[in-house]
Design a protein around this ligand. Structure first.
Ligand code: PMP
Ligand code: GLU
Length: 401
């Protein structure tokens, strides 16, 4: 059977794939430490669970408005004012089945074949595939440890063409943890305005910030940039609610209403029950995520110290999100017995089978010389998992020529 051409070059999400593979290994009795999953190990907030149960009991179990119930959109609008200094009205907000779904709707309404989207690399692996699925062309902006994994407005000049349609900013970043400061964002905003670009600002990790850093939404830097920015966010990370599937987008009305049209012809509304839970979570607010981020900050420090103690591994201290992104370029080309480690993918496979630690290789994030280690899991698991990684990588080194 011949499937649609648009599937060519599209891979299933590696982050989800490795996590389910690790789950299968665990189910077969293997003691796997999962440092792959990008989801907080905290329980979802009490209020969210309570409100969901109440919704079921009260029969709030039917279709809702496609773009989300008004009380949820009002709560999101309040959050955007209070936390991000951004004012949006009801018609400028859409609630979807996760931020990934909001992004998918957005790509559908923005891209024509050949439209180019600027994506700082390393990137969250879903961006380029969603661009390709909609006929667009991802254009990667290289960043590395020397630039703190951040792009600059000056650098963007080299990549702009008459086909450039949009620019993605993901701060704090998955997988690098980079957090953009206001001055850099101001320069990027000026660039977007001058070159008539749309900006897709994925702010899903906005509260996962360390060492006193603060989050700035590029859309808050003035009416001109707000008018060309679509803010993407959700409750998966902030409220440890990955399975509930609630995300949202806020932006100019014509774009949001086109996204509602697409959503009305695909999924319809997100789950009525999860929408009620999302109101509960957003109202519980700051207390919940402050406690979680404090714990993550400890794990980050511990994991970073463990990784940098491994010979031939270096690791920039992440500024935000909940991933460590060690550079393992010096291990590429090493051998174990007759096996040569030619990329991060091979090293991640080796760690999975030999050390029983699941880690995502940098390859699908656009960097074959890094690994992505999630510390959204217990301290014991981070500690124990990285001890195993240390021993396994040391073995590699001892047999390297
Ligand atoms: N953006 C980034 C950068 C992510 O890492 C994720 C991971 N889940 C998402 C968006 C999507 O989150 P969700 O669909 O669970 O809201
Ligand atoms: N975003 C998370 C991650 O990067 C969850 C998996 C996914 O949605 O791809 O691990």
């Amino acid at each position: 059977m011949k499937l649609a051409n648009q599937l060519q070059g599209i891979a299933p999400s590696a982050t989800l794939g490795i996590t389910s593979y690790a789950n299968e290994m665990r189910a077969s009795g293997i003691d796997i430490v999962d440092l792959a999953a990008g989801e907080p190990d905290f329980e979802s907030p009490y209020q969210a669970k309570h409100d969901a149960i109440q919704a079921i009991e009260e029969g709030f179990t039917k279709y809702t408005n496609t773009s989300g119930i008004i009380p949820l959109k009002a709560t999101i609008a309040e959050k955007l004012i209070y936390e991000n200094n951004l004012k949006y009205v009801n018609d400028e907000i859409i609630v979807s089945c996760g931020a990934k779904h909001s992004l998918f709707n957005l790509m559908q309404v923005l891209l024509n074949p050949g439209d180019e989207v600027l994506i700082p690399s390393p990137y969250w692996l879903t961006y380029p595939d969603q661009v390709r699925l909609h006929g667009g062309v991802p254009v990667f902006i290289p960043t590395n440890e020397q630039t703190g994994f951040k792009m600059t407005a000056t650098q963007l000049t080299q990549f702009i063409t008459p086909r450039t349609k949009a620019l993605i900013i993901n701060s704090p970043s998955n997988p690098t943890g980079a957090v953009y400061d206001q001055t850099t964002l101001e320069a990027i905003a000026d660039f977007a305005i001058t070159h008539d670009l749309l900006v897709i600002s994925d702010e899903i990790y906005e509260h996962f910030l360390y060492d006193g850093r603060t989050h700035c939404s590029i859309a808050s830097l003035g009416p001109k940039i707000k008018a060309r920015t679509i803010v993407i966010n959700g409750i998966s990370k902030t409220f440890a609610m990955t399975g509930w599937r609630i995300g949202y987008a806020a932006g100019p009305k014509p774009i949001i209403s086109a996204m509602v049209t697409i959503q009305s012809q695909s999924t319809s509304n997100p789950s009525s029950i999860a929408q009620k839970a999302a109101i509960g979570a957003l109202r519980e607010g700051r207390d919940f995520y402050t406690r979680m981020v404090k714990e993550f900050s400890e794990r980050r420090a511990m994991g970073h110290a463990q990784l940098t103690a491994i010979p031939r591994v270096s690791c920039l201290e992440p500024e935000g999100a909940f991933y460590l992104f060690p550079n393992i370029s010096e291990l590429i080309g090493t051998r174990l017995a007759n096996k040569s480690m030619t990329s991060a993918s091979q090293i991640a496979t080796y760690l999975l089978h030999e050390a029983h630690v699941a880690i995502v290789p940098g390859n699908p994030f656009g960097s074959p010389s890094h690994l992505r280690v999630s510390y959204a899991t217990s301290r014991e698991k981070v500690k124990g998992g990285l001890e195993r990684v240390h021993l396994a990588l040391q073995k590699l080194q001892t047999v390297a020529s």
